[in-house]
Design a protein around this ligand. Structure first.
Ligand code: PEP
Ligand code: MN
Length: 322
């Protein structure tokens, strides 16, 4: 429910009257000529009629949608001059993790040569095991930025902790929020406050609606735009790492939202990346996120799903009309 205050109303008094009726204000929004109190709970029409009688309340209405900012987002989100959701698919590629300045420099050259617009690579890695390689942290963000700049690429990288948001925002064109953090609402707010565009990966067991609400958290916090990324959800069959949900891609494209697809984390196997990439673009994906490594056998994370850069060239040529 949204309670619109009458001009000159005493907001504190209205909030006290609402609280006396068991109603709590979740957010306060300032429109051009009015103030709206967004209530934390849904109410019945009878309750709405009662709230409308409170002194200082001009109107009580229902929100049009639970994610109005996302619904109002333009269909094309431009990030550092690259349009996501337009006619041309976007290629984001790079290693799972930024392992050294040298490694990311070599891979940046390959990504630029093979049609990539964005260089990816994790500096802060979310790992299921605490003993796995967790990334080189802040210095790796600098190596990633330098490598991208040397080859005319933009940067996307993941932020894991609120404490690192400023550093990542200063170096990345697009801030990634990973699957494991899609419902970390404090992090979403903190990333939103940077006012930067965000690549929001779907959590492993999130419904589409939960994913859209996470995007709304970013936009209500101040994010410049949200590009969604389908990376596979949990299934019961271990043949692939995750189940790539192309139905979700079609659903979101029908709503005019930009949706990237990450077949690397979906498949977990390099031999399946080409067919899944082709299927993703056929379903309307706004582009692809592909993990590459020139020495996959030595990769510190996700080697089995890393494509060799020469295979990236073949993949990109075969998946879209150049
Ligand atoms: C990644 O893109 O590096 C990553 C960890 O992916 P996800 O959050 O989809 O697991
Ligand atoms: Mn990875």
């Amino acid at each position: 429910m949204i309670v619109t205050l009458a001009p000159g109303a005493d907001r504190q008094a209205v909030q006290r009257a609402l609280a006396a009726r068991g109603q709590w204000v979740g957010a306060v929004e300032h429109g051009p000529t009015s103030v709206h109190l967004v209530l934390a709970s849904h109410s019945t029409p009878a309750v709405a009629d009662d709230l409308a009688l409170i002194d200082g309340v001009a109107a009580v209405s229902s929100p049009v949608s639970p994610h109005p900012r996302l619904d109002a987002q333009a269909p094309v989100v431009s990030v550092a001059g690259v349009p996501f959701g337009g006619a041309r698919p976007v290629l984001i590629a790079g290693p799972c993790a930024v392992e050294s300045a040298d490694q990311i420099g070599r891979l940046a050259a390959a990504v630029a040569d093979h049609g990539g617009s964005f260089l990816r690579g994790g500096a802060f890695k979310p790992r299921t095991s605490p003993y796995a390689f967790c990334g080189h942290g802040a210095p790796a963000v600098g190596w990633l930025r330098a490598a991208a700049d040397a080859h005319g690429l933009r940067v996307v990288t993941e932020v894991l902790a609120e404490a690192d948001v400023g550093w990542v925002a200063d170096h990345a064109d697009l801030i990634q929020v990973g699957s494991r953090n899609m419902t970390n609402f404090a992090l979403l707010r903190s990333v939103g406050r940077t006012g930067r565009p965000v690549l929001l990966k779907r959590a492993m067991a999130a419904t589409i609606e939960e994913w859209l609400l996470a995007a709304e958290h970013l936009l209500s916090g101040g994010a410049a735009g949200v590009v969604l990324c389908e990376r596979g959800i949990r299934g019961f069959d271990g043949s692939t790492r995750n189940v790539l949900d192309l139905g979700a891609v079609a659903v979101l494209r029908a709503r005019g939202l930009p949706v990237m697809v990450d077949p690397s984390h979906a498949a977990g196997r390099r031999d399946l990346i080409l067919p899944l990439a082709r299927a993703a673009l056929a379903a309307g994906a706004s582009g692809l996120v592909i993990e590459v490594h020139d020495r996959p056998e030595d990769a510190l994370s996700d080697g089995p799903q890393a494509l060799h850069p020469r295979d990236l060239a073949a993949l990109w040529d075969r998946t879209h009309d150049a």
